[in-house]
Design a protein around this ligand. Sequence first.
Ligand SMILES: *Cc1c(COP(=O)(O)O)cnc(C)c1O
Length: 720
Amino acid sequence: MTEEKQYGGPDYFRMAAAFLVAAIHTSPLASFSAEADFVLTRIAARVAVPFFFMATGFFVLPQYLFGHSMDNRPLRRLLKKLFLLYGAAILLYLPVNLYAGQFEGVGIGGVLRMVWMDGTFYHLWYLPAVMWGAVLVCFLSRRLPWTVVTGVSLFLYLIGLFGDSYYGLAEQVPALRAAYDVLFSISSYTRNGIFYAPVFLVMGAWIWRVERRNDTPRGIRAAGTMIFLGLMTVEGLLLHRLGVQRHDSMYIMLPPAMYFLFRFLLSLRIRPAKSLRMISMWIYLLHPLCIILVRGGAKAVGMEGLLVENSLVHYLVVCGVSFVCACVAAVGFGKTVMGGIGNERRSFKEGRAWIELSREHLRGNVWVLESLLTPGQRLMPAVKANAYGHGAAAVAGELQNMGIRSFCVACAEEGAELRRNGITGEILVLGYTHPEDFHLLRKHDLIQTVLDHAYGQQLDRYGKKVRVHVKIDTGMHRLGERAEKTGEIREIFRLKNLQVEGIYTHLCADETRREEESAFTEAQAALFYDVVKDLRKRGISGIKTHLLASYGLLNYPELGGDYVRAGIALYGLLSDRRGAENCKADLRPVMSVKARITVVKELHRGESAGYGFSYRAAEDRKIAVLSIGYVEGLPRSLSCGRGRVLIHGKSAPIAGKICMDQTIVDITGIEGVRAGESAVILGRDGEEEITAYEIAEKAGTITNEIVSRMGGRLERVWSD
Ligand SMILES: *Cc1c(COP(=O)(O)O)cnc(C)c1O
């Protein structure tokens, strides 16, 4: 559970990459030195597009590559976005195509080739390439381990190389030449979604994984980048000299150079800048139009000598115009598309005390847990208790976006709440629903747990069809029909109004693999599967089974089941520090809690602060008041110096008793603290971190209780 990562580096590099793409299309150094221009635009600038591929791979593909996810939704969402963008771009450039007569004499086949591979304008090939590449990688990942997928994509890149910078060599072999001729009739270059994009997409996903496990020093990443870029320059110049290049996008040294460059960018500790993502995309889309604009404008005002013939000035002007157009487009688009939603100004979410959720960590945890699943097994995240305090709507929404379609909650009302927030998948209610609330189950299409035989009968008497999972008690002796009561269990399955879709049990000693726990857990599983087998023998099959929760998945993955009801681990925690220390999976906490400093004041020697003289200043002290109290979930047992908060990255002990809405902390020795700044209650601030483990230990409980009690007036915001 290591430090917070901030992936702002790639956001800034996106801008650089967009300007490099513009350089490829304007040759900024051409008026000075053809050689220098070649190095800049045909070698150095070739990092731009692979970078964009890698960013896509990094943010979208790990789930497929490592999780072997069968879920198409995240992929579909990516494709839909690209598809719309591509469609819009085709329309945008259509007038230019027509004006320049680019469709004339190419025939239907030619137009098709343009649309599905080459792009209808010279820069647009990128969009079909990401789509093809992503589809290919996801498809391969379904069936093959990631190492093989990597091998395949490298092999495709190799084929690509010999149709690109190394074509002059391939051309010498007649068979190869014929093969490439066929290829080029389908796609004008091998720099496309099949031969070029996959390796970078895969590498992006890969790096996501590597980044979680090791921390290569930034110096090595920088050195690697320089070395391989240097080698690539030598390679490019050599190939150029030899005259073997057919095109100049693909070099042998490009993938290693990109690997180090991307990792270098990730190591920069810069805040993410979302606006740059939009602006860089617009620069990429619009710069060819801007080139036309600048040329036309220069001609109109008779300044072609400066604005066009001087290649560097031309480039800079194109960049400037593209940037302005991109900003206008980004703002205009944002306003028209996003405007009108949420116009009413509500209170500032970070005004008082709030929870910051890390999307990156949540997604990472999902991927890590998914990588532990057996084939065909799925996560059914526990989002009960407001997603353990994280905010059920926000968390379940994000999980749904990631393709998860089963959830479990504690009660019917929690299920209803998810439905009201647009959650469409299966929702299993794990606990008791009062007969007065049975209508909610149907209204919101929830699945109710049959708590035991008697409850099953009660549910049946409701008289209308209800979807259920049957719970079996295999030793926890909480909910569930006792496993040995096979007669009763079979009867539940015969109840007319119950549509039984699943059967499950809950483990109660799976926190370790110590001997006694192990034996007990295995006995629980054996009992459970005996029941399943008995039912099967009686012709009851095709129902889902599940028994693992977080600890079960981490410690006893071999026990199987169709679903894994992971809760606490999904939020990047285990119940206690021992659990975290034993856990080999790289899980990261999703929640941080922060509060405003509302007042800073001196406390003179002998004075007390808070209720009941519980904090008295032995000498002059400085204190700060925070707008968070026990109502928000800060355990009152942390009062009087047992707990602490972080301000300016330093510890400030809690002074006196935690109040309902406020907390006083001692900030003596922390320089320059001002009202309006924020304090970290849970989470990281610079080098210091207050973990849920620390708070739980001090409060004498487990992290589950600490985070799920975070609520009250807390607002929730995504930090990334
Ligand atoms: C809460 C709950 C879970 C999730 O447990 P974690 O330990 O948080 O993963 C799973 N199953 C049942 C029945 C639960 O009540």
